[in-house]
Write a protein that binds this ligand. Sequence first.
Ligand SMILES: *Cc1c(COP(=O)(O)O)cnc(C)c1O
Length: 363
Amino acid sequence: MTTATRIYNFSAGPATLPLPVLEEVQRDLIALPGVGMSILEISHRSKPFDRIIQAAVADIRALAGVPANYKVLFLQGGASMQFSMVPMNLLTAGTTADYILTGSWSQKAMKEAKKVGAVNVAATTEGEQFTRIPAQSALKLTPGAAYVHMTSNNTIFGTEWAGLPDVGGAPLVNDASSDIFSRPIDIAKHGLIYAGAQKNLGPSGVTLVIIREDLLARSAASLPTMLSYAVHAENDSLYNTPPTFGIYMLGLVVKWIANQGGLAAMAALNERKAGKLYAEIDRSGFYRGTAQKDSRSRMNVTFRLPSEDLEKKFIQEATAAGFDGLKGHRSVGGVRASIYNAFPEAGIDGLVAFMQEFERKNG
Ligand SMILES: *Cc1c(COP(=O)(O)O)cnc(C)c1O
């Protein structure tokens, strides 16, 4: 298969990766330059891999301006494993964790925390089908909370926080799986950030965790070893065999983002890309955005058509025209265009033209 046959992939994840990264991986897959072995074959304790993982950490630090008192970790188990690891490590006896519920992923995160300790719902927009992000004034925070958990982008509902909430002195824990490194991020305002790689960072199988060092003291010695942030931090993500290929690719994606001009440039591009789709959605009454305007996501653009039959037809014809993965999440239906960092702007232009043609024929 050549690059000429690539179609536009609107999948929510695993998702489109930067073509130059795929080409580099393909070129070097049989033998890494200067190593003579594939990335898939070398020891995680070898010098070449040490260079790869250290470069990935250094490049993440530079790209996101990670302060010196934060650790950058590569873990496994996806964002879903973090739903458990966060409370197991940080929700110590006698404390309460605050959860801001903005969609299915934050609900799942809270469900795991409840198995560990006391949890408070600081805010929820479930009553409005998660069509918006709660206002700062709606947050009911627990004084002295162990942490406050948020989800910066709601992949299923197509909403995104415009900025970070003010949570007082409590560590802010952010599930940034679906918008990490899509815009500048103030790491110092967080206690912990986690993100499964398969939306904005690389292939599935590796999860990025950025944790403030003082929080590592909360990891009890009684925790299962593999579930302890302190263990992974002490061992620089090499306690056991890490997902070596995923870390290698994540490193290449981070380099690619830096080459695009870094996070500010990424933000400008993402604004423009999402803006084109929302402009088309708002242009006539045929398409209807599901998220409230001030809460719209730049990563997952969700919309409806006048009927479910038309939605079915739209998705079928779009797929046939080379626009794949537009079906909304099975829990909400409708249409969802996931347009992460690596999704090409030409694919957005193509979809907009398709939407106009579809409306002309069916409107
Ligand atoms: C996709 C996603 C998850 C689940 O990620 P896994 O790596 O499959 O566990 C969690 N949170 C958010 C916000 C997501 O988009």
